[in-house]
Write a protein that binds this ligand. Structure first.
Ligand SMILES: C[S@@+](CC[C@H](N)C(=O)[O-])C[C@H]1O[C@@H](n2cnc3c(N)ncnc32)[C@H](O)[C@@H]1O
Length: 309
């Protein structure tokens, strides 16, 4: 049985991740870091194909860490975010292959008690790390009207969140928001359905999740540190599910002088993969390699030589 069947999470862009690391095929003594271990879907395939000598992993979700400890006892998994991992290990280790598969896992989305889903009734939580302080409940009940507008505009890319925010601020005086359905119901009532198959709460929930987990900030701070940890020729592969996150990754990769962006065109899942796994729909993959970019073959050199004869 594959890891996906056992764990309930189907790894996104799996073949593309494997291809991104194919330069390491048959190399010995590889060191791999999986910063978003989840249920180890990508990792277990990487173990099979590239047989890394040393594996480090992190996940900020306790459930993922417990799963990894019981199923992959041979690896070093730590309960922390990959920013903490990269800070803790500066100048101590070198990594050849790094994978960050950002966002939430299916087990997180599917368990109502985690509060990530707008169509499953649960507490308004959305913390990936169950030990952190900020919950979606706090954001909704305690942020000012102005700050909530900013959150939904900046992180959810909602063009006009004002009516929803006004309704939240009015309702919470008498009835503080406790559950996911309480909030998604209000958004549905105020905004209505604009697009078939696209719940009006989708972008609002995405914004809350990004703020609760400081996702963009962690990515922005961690990538340069992870690049510092890469060995010469080492690669970092990042899968994003949000346009702001992808832009951030692309810009950091492009502006980092110690290496280069390997795929000039972003890699996205095939139609077939999206059909099999609708959660793959918004995925984007980018690859960075440490070291000097190989010179491109000069397509016109032969022609020039012939003309000079
Ligand atoms: C999309 S899933 C990864 C799935 C994994 N690649 C697999 O195939 O099973 C994302 C996982 O990364 C974790 N995560 C997200 N952001 C993180 C961060 N900044 N640091 C550590 N873990 C993070 C989440 O808790 C979740 O378990």
């Amino acid at each position: 049985m594959s890891e996906a069947n056992i764990s309930g999470h189907i790894p996104v862009l799996l073949n593309e991740v494997i291809d991104a690391f194919s330069i390491f095929k048959n190399k010995k003594s590889l060191i791999y870091f999986d910063g978003t271990f989840g249920r180890g879907g990508h990792a277990s395939r990487i173990f099979e194909l590239y047989k890394p000598e040393m594996v480090y992993a992190s996940d900020q979700d306790l459930a993922a860490v417990e799963y990894a400890k019981s199923r992959f006892p041979e690896i070093q998994i730590s309960h922390e975010n990959f920013l903490e991992f990269s800070q803790r290990n500066q100048k101590k280790i070198q990594l050849d292959m790094v994978l960050l598969d950002l966002g939430v896992s299916s087990p997180q989305l599917d368990v109502a008690e985690r509060g990530f889903s707008f169509n499953k009734d649960g507490p308004l939580d959305m913390r990936m790390n169950q030990k952190s302080d900020l919950t979606a409940m706090k954001v909704i009940n305690e942020f000012s009207e102005e700050d909530l507008v900013k959150v939904f505009k900046d992180y959810g890319e909602v063009l006009k969140p004002h009516r929803v925010v006004r309704a939240i601020v009015k309702d919470r005086v008498e009835n503080p928001f406790n559950t996911t359905l309480q909030l998604s119901g209000l958004i549905e009532r105020v905004d209505g359905w604009q697009k078939k198959g696209f719940h009006p709460a989708t972008q609002y929930f995405m914004a809350l999740r990004l703020v609760v987990n400081r996702e963009l900030q962690v990515v922005e701070d961690a990538i340069p540190l992870l690049i510092d940890l890469l060995s010469e020729g080492g690669r970092i592969v990042i899968i994003t599910f949000h346009s702001l996150e992808d832009r951030l990754v692309k810009n950091i990769f492009k502006s980092t002088k110690s290496g280069f962006l390997v795929n000039k065109k972003v890699i996205v899942p095939s139609e077939e993969e999206c059909k099999l796994n609708p959660r793959a729909r918004s995925a984007k993959l980018r690859i960075f390699q440490k070291g000097k970019e190989p010179e491109k073959p000069d397509k016109f050199a032969l022609r020039r030589a012939q003309l000079l004869k």
